[in-house]
Structures are given as C-alpha cells and as structure tokens.
Ligand binder design. Sequence first.
Ligand SMILES: [Zn+2]
Length: 294
Amino acid sequence: MPNHHIVSTGTSDSRPGVYRPTMDNILTFEIEDRFHVDNPDMEPLEARSRIIPLLIHLLDLLDEQKANATFFILGWVARKFPEVVALIDSRGFEVASHGFTHGDVRQMPLDKFRSELERSKAQLEEIIGKPVRGYKAASPYLSHDHLTHYRVMAEAGYAYDCSMVAEGPRMGSQIPFSISANDDRSVMVIPQSTSRKLGVRLRFGENVRTLPGWLGIRLIKNLNDKGLPAMVNMKLWELDVYHPRTASQEYLHYSEYGNLSLGEEKLRRLLEYFRFSSCSDALEHWQKQVPQGK
Ligand SMILES: [Zn+2]
C-alpha cells in the first residue's frame, strides 16, 4: 500500500534548512480537456483529447512525491474514457465528480443541475464500484448565494463539496463547515483557499499556475501556521506543454520529463515543499480533531 494514504502530522525529515511541514494540505485536480472549458455545452467530436498522456504523467509525478489527491472527473470524460476513472482509482487516488458537462451551474436550471450531479455520480460509481462522495462545480466558485445548490447536492448523495468561496469572519471562512438539506442529510463544504489583501480576495488555491511560485508557498504556509490546511486545485490541461501535435511526439515528451510546463513547474515545487492528501482523508482527519455539529 503506498504511504500517501496516511494523514499524519510531523515529519521525520531532520535535514538542516529543510522546511518541515506540520500538516497535510489538500490537493485536487479537474480532469477535463481545455475544449470542455471553451465549449461547455458542446461535445466537440473533432477535438482530440489530451487527458490520457497528461494523466499518466501526473499520476507518476504524485507517486514519486508520495502525494495523495482527489480527482474531480467530468461525467463526459468518464463516459468516453472509463479507463481514466479506473486508473485513478486503482492507483489509490480519490475519484470525485466535476459534474457531467463543463457548464456554469450558477446559470443552469436546478433540474439540469440535479441531473448533472446524479448522472456523473452514477457514471463514476458504475466504473469504480464504490460510493463517490465529493463534488466540485465547473463554475469558478459558488457562494452563500447558492444554498439551494447545496441542498440539491445533499439530496443527490454527495458528502462534501469544494466549490465555495466562503464569506465570513476572517479565519472562519477557511474552515470546513456543514450545510444541511431539508431532510437529515448535509454536505461538508471545504472552502477554496483565499487570502484578502488590500480589500481584494485572491483565490490563490485555484491559481497556483499563474501566481509567482514564492507567493503560492508563502500563502499556503500562512494558512498552515494558523492550523488550517490549504486546498490547491489544478486543471489537468494546466500541465500541458504543447498544443496538440502527434500522439507519439507527446508521449515521448512526457515520458522523458523534458521541458516542463509552467503548471508542472509550480506543482513540482509545491509537492517538494508540502505534504498533500485527498479531500476525504483531510476531512476525516479534520473531523477527528474538531467534532462537527450541523
Ligand atoms: Zn473544470
């Protein structure tokens, strides 16, 4: 069993000058092609998917760095490439839902949103044969204005969500909390990692590719120093170096660890610096430390 399943505190690394992380942060990926973002409601037949070579490279990188992660997979991807879902699960990572299409759920009628949640969950569960607990919306974020969406998530059987930018007291907005549905079900919200400077809220956990590397590290450390995990999320296509060329060229490139994309450079740096776990492991750890009320 790979040791990236274990959530723990402290580290045995005692080399002088090496940063010693005191807690696990949370790492998530959105498994989608760039064309899903550009054409959220379409299923472009001509576009060639880049998911498989990028994913194989990413899984190897995570194993090499002993990091665990949660993969939010589009139902569209699961239907077209069930082997992608099976591979992620078989390598010991958490499979979760990114909806079915990449449409903005804030603009969607609620019955379509419900259908996206239920279809993607069923599609993923059929492949891995176990419950899918987590969801992350394809919208940039949800807020306290979308409580109805959270009730629908709870009704659809999701245990947690990673879509929210939470408002509230300065630190309270970064702490996981529960939203209850009409029945006795509830959804745990793991808020996106943000930092407020000069009145501007920076969603740094979602933007590690575009932020200077030192700033990403500093903002994660700031949260950890306050006893809170940061949540880092990347889209799979952020790790892509090339625009599509031939499949053999691409695979050779990735298998040789050639030029890194900016996204991969940033991710590697974070993996070397911090420890990361999946959402479910982090929530379990959190709930042991802080018993949650509804
Ligand atoms: Zn996405």
